[in-house]
Design a binder for this molecule. Structure first.
Ligand code: FAD
Length: 495
């Protein structure tokens, strides 16, 4: 077979995981190519603030490249330092467009060959090896030969078409977490919004309701906290439903107050039953989602304090898919590992974000707190073949575990780990499975990654200021049986 490109490491998909993987592979000496179907790099990380740099004891669990991105964004005055949060650890609010510039600059200065508008379409498999991939571009169908491939497509595309095992959705019915098309507002009145958050009846942060002391501490920070997460105001939605006959896709106001004084990110559209690997299902969902954006905008302006004059700033250029195919690797990370904070001998990155399942049916979320855990390299090496690694939301983890590992900083940590492993494998002319784990861990630590060596004690000062949730909380079933509808209301209330 004639190949149009030849590279040592090929990364498919330029989301947070793919960007980190490609930079790490190139910096560690491998000739690296990154292909991406869109006209920008960053994937979903260029549409959302980044949650989960810190664990629930406010210790930073992702460093290395993750820290470098924070530093560069702050130095360029395009972000503020992560803001602590008792449930999510921290929120890092940034200028998403600047992140695209920065990521592209870092890729090219590391020497990565970036090919945009390049849609991966097929895998070339030879026995136990993946020889390369086929892409469709404006230049026609092209073939790329690679020694190691890293699947960062988020959908496990390379694995699925290469005959590698995968799973999708929850075990009982295969349904994936609800996807969301996010959008943002500008021109909101921050002071009015913060006042409303202080009103216990509105229950701005529902997670904190059972813990009045934590709630008091956290709400006291809101006057000065540049960015904070939202999940509450359920009563406003109920009233809007009762009074205006509103039909609504979400039962809570969900979103993030961004670091820009007048900006707010809305994370409330949702479509149930979507199959992220089915083109018809994806396309049909956009029809519903754009209608929901308008419904939700009207709701905010009429019902949510501080939004009367709000303007639609931006609708994300891509639908946010929380969960798709999960590639089966040498180890399947599970809920118990994550909740117990298991540290693996072959851990190559870390996580401490709660299990955050946006319910595949009903509304709202199902959540379990976690202890800081490590992610073993075995969960990043695809089973069945010799030279396929993965990072990001398609790693080898269960439906529940992926709901913790999927946040952006944790995807960056995995990306750095597999990019480095790929470069070591190529240099040593070995299978990715035969890379020395202590050697890989030493290299990652040298390059600033956190593998537990510098985690330290819980951050008691932050615990004192922001409060700490108990490890085991009562299971919330609210939202489980919700009938979620949308539609006719818009005819009465359009913008
Ligand atoms: C609605 C929503 C809200 C979220 N909120 C937050 C949040 O506030 N903070 C947070 O930290 N995390 C959040 N998450 C989780 C997090 O954003 C994602 O899990 C994470 O960004 C996944 O990164 P990734 O690199 O694995 O995938 P993606 O960012 O999806 O990147 C995959 C890339 O692969 C490309 N690609 C896919 N298929 C192909 C192909 N066939 N050929 C070529 N390229 C391809 C895509 O275009 C994309 O650029 C949210 C997720 C969603 C969906």
């Amino acid at each position: 077979m004639r190949f149009d490109y030849k590279t040592q490491v090929l990364v498919v998909g330029a989301g947070s995981a793919g960007v980190a993987a490609a930079i790490a592979a190139a910096r560690n000496g491998a000739e690296t190519m990154l292909i991406e179907r869109s006209g920008f790099v960053g994937g979903i990380s260029s549409t959302l603030p980044w949650l989960g740099y810190h664990d629930q004891e406010y210790r930073q669990v992702v460093k290395g490249l993750g820290q470098e991105f924070i530093d560069d964004l702050i130095d360029a005055n395009q972000a503020v330092a992560p803001c602590y949060d008792p449930k999510c650890g921290s929120t890092f609010s940034l200028n998403f467009h600047y992140w695209k510039i920065l990521a592209m600059r870092k890729l090219t200065s590391a020497g990565v060959n970036v090919l945009l508008h390049a849609l991966y379409v097929d895998t070339v498999r030879e026995g136990d090896r993946l020889a390369g991939v086929i892409i469709e571009t404006k230049s026609g169908r092209q073939k790329i030969e690679a020694e190691v491939i890293i699947d960062c497509s988020g959908d496990g595309d390379v694995a699925a078409r290469g005959g590698v095992s995968w799973e999708k959705g929850r075990t009982k019915d295969g349904l994936v977490q609800a996807p969301t098309l996010v959008f943002s507002f500008s021109n909101i009145d921050r002071a009015e919004l913060v006042e409303a958050c202080k009103n216990p009846d509105l229950n701005y942060r529902e997670w904190l309701e059972p813990y009045p002391e934590i709630r008091k501490k956290f709400v006291a920070q809101l006057d000065t906290l540049p960015s904070f997460v939202f999940g509450g105001f359920a009563s406003l939605i109920e009233k809007a439903r009762a009074q205006d006959g509103i039909e609504f896709p979400q039962s809570r106001v969900v979103g993030v107050k961004l670091h820009k004084e007048d900006e707010f990110m809305v994370v409330m559209t949702r479509v149930l039953g979507l199959d992220p690997t089915d083109a018809r299902s994806l396309s049909d969902s956009y029809v519903k989602l754009y209608e929901q954006v308008e419904q939700i905008m009207v709701f905010f302006r009429e019902w949510v304090p501080g939004f009367r004059e709000a303007e639609l700033k931006e609708i994300a250029p891509i639908l946010g898919i929380r969960e798709s195919r999960r590639i089966m690797g040498d180890y399947l990370l599970n809920k118990e590992d994550v909740m117990a904070g298991r540290r693996f001998d072959d851990g190559v990155s870390m996580g401490g974000y709660h299990i955050d399942i946006h319910r595949p049916s009903g509304s709202w979320v199902e959540s379990y707190n976690v202890k800081t855990y490590s992610i073993p390299i075995r969960s990043l090496i695809a089973r069945d073949v010799d030279n396929l690694l993965m990072a990001g939301k398609c790693i080898s983890a269960t439906h529940e575990a992926i709901a913790s590992t999927r946040v952006i900083p944790i995807c960056i940590g995995q990306g750095q780990a597999v990019g480095t492993a790929a470069a070591i494998a190529v240099a040593a002319k070995k299978s990715v499975r035969d890379v020395s784990v202590p050697g890989l861990q030493d290299r990652l630590i040298e390059q600033g990654a956190e593998l537990g060596q510098s985690l330290g004690e819980p951050n008691y000062e932050a615990i004192d200021r922001f409060g700490q949730l108990p490890h085991v909380e009562d299971e919330s079933t609210s939202g489980e049986g919700d009938e979620v509808t949308q539609g006719a209301w818009l005819e009465k209330k359009s913008l």
